[in-house]
Design a protein around this ligand. Structure first.
Ligand SMILES: C[S@@+](CC[C@H](N)C(=O)[O-])C[C@H]1O[C@@H](n2cnc3c(N)ncnc32)[C@H](O)[C@@H]1O
Length: 225
């Protein structure tokens, strides 16, 4: 799939646009699960004023992240090893508790993560557990691979590669939408990532080709009634 590189970069553009959007809404803390290597264009660079905790279950990612972060972030960033399939361990991690204020809005990022967690591993329960820990006015950002509308031959190609590499589950739009249960989906909703508030910086590929849907949901504020 030659489009994979462009798709990864578009996913980073989506991350950048959503984090920037959240900072404009006043969010000053981010919990980035499945963060990957904190390289150029990551959350702490897009939102330098914010407190950020990066979480990943890959020890190699963590080792690199700790070196990259050493001393250069003004104390705003923490990096921990954690697995989204054990959300309580993340939420109860001393570094998470010390660094983030769960009484204030948090941007919970699960960008390019959840297709690596199958239903039988508790994907939806894990997201619900994390969301339930967030204060009203917090946000959940998801981007997720989908095979909806994809060329069947490409689908077979993706399947055969991943089946030999790692656990994964592509989901339909409806299945991805379910992750936002109880949240208010922010306009434009769950859309191909290239269509989420585009800002002119793109890899020149269509959302349909990439096959990643993305969206932003808000934890509702208590009703005034
Ligand atoms: C495709 S990368 C996405 C990186 C980054 N969020 C982005 O959008 O560019 C997925 C990351 O999720 C991590 N990951 C996969 N399964 C995970 C799990 N169960 N818990 C935590 N992280 C996981 C991988 O190690 C990898 O770094």
């Amino acid at each position: 799939m030659p489009i994979t590189m462009a798709a990864s970069r578009e996913n980073r553009h989506f991350l950048r646009r959503t984090v920037r959007h959240l900072t404009q809404l006043g969010v000053r803390q981010f919990l980035d699960i499945g963060a990957g290597l904190p390289s150029a264009g990551n959350v702490h660079e897009i939102a330098p004023e914010a407190r950020v905790v990066y979480v990943d279950n890959d020890p190699v990612v963590i080792a690199h992240a700790e070196v990259l972060m050493a001393g250069g972030d003004g104390g705003q960033v923490r990096v921990i090893q954690g697995d989204v399939r054990d959300p309580n361990a993340i939420l109860e991690d001393p570094q998470v508790i010390e660094h983030l204020d769960f009484g204030q809005p948090i941007g919970l990022l699960m960008v390019g993560l959840l297709h690596f967690v199958r239903d039988q591993e508790g994907a939806h329960q894990a997201v619900a557990s994390c969301v339930s820990a967030l204060a009203p006015g917090s946000y959940l950002v998801i981007s997720h691979g989908t095979l909806d509308g994809f060329d069947p031959q490409k689908v077979a190609g993706v399947r055969s590669v991943y089946e030999h590499a790692m656990s994964y589950q592509m989901r339909t739009r409806a299945q991805i939408d379910r992750f936002f249960t109880g949240l208010e989906l922010i306009e434009p909703g769950l859309v191909p990532i290239t269509d989420w508030h585009p800002d002119g910086i793109s890899e020149g590929v269509s959302g349909q080709e990439i096959g990643i849907l993305g969206g932003l949901g808000r934890v509702p504020l208590p009703s005034a009634a």
